[in-house]
Write a protein that binds this ligand. Structure first.
Ligand code: RB5
Length: 154
């Protein structure tokens, strides 16, 4: 992943700023669709905007941050094609790529500190989907999304 969209609500201003600086210094191209104002901001807006960019292939992946990571990930996961996982530690972030082929990462600015967030982001960006038996399972998830059913022989 080289081009990443970042979205956030008002709870994650400082964390978002630090992560953008951190990732740009590493050579990533960052698109910021989150709020830059400290006033209350409705997280579904940023989750939706970031998810649309990922689903359209305009970026390679997305990182979204609200207080818990929950609301913003729920919004993002409503966009077809999005697999957004809330990860509060690196192991889950790694597995979300290797097993679940996550294309968006979420976490909570009120849950973890910025240094842990950097570790989680690094791990997520450096991990690859393993395919194989995991592909069938991810296909099943996407079948549920597209058909609201699960007909495939499993
Ligand atoms: C904002 O107070 C908070 O609800 C939001 O940042 C997020 O945690 C929602 O899931």
């Amino acid at each position: 992943m080289k081009k990443i969209v970042i979205g956030n609500d008002h709870t994650a201003l400082e964390m978002k700023r630090e992560l953008i600086e951190y990732l740009e210094a590493k050579g990533y191209e960052i698109v910021n669709v989150g709020t830059d104002e400290p006033t209350s901001f409705n997280y579904p807006i940023a989750g939706y905007k970031a998810a649309k960019m990922v689903a359209a292939g305009e970026v390679d992946g997305g990182i979204i941050i609200c207080g818990t990571g929950l609301g913003i990930s729920l919004a993002a996961n409503k966009v077809h094609g999005i697999r957004c996982c809330v990860c509060s530690e690196p192991y889950t972030a790694k597995m979300s790529r290797e097993h679940n082929n996550s294309n968006m990462l979420a976490f909570g600015a009120r849950v973890i500190g910025v240094e842990l967030a950097k570790l989680i982001v690094d791990t997520w960006l450096e991990s690859e989907f393993q395919g194989g038996r995991h592909q069938n399972r991810v296909d099943m998830i996407m079948e549920i999304e597209s058909t609201q059913d699960l007909q495939a022989a499993h």
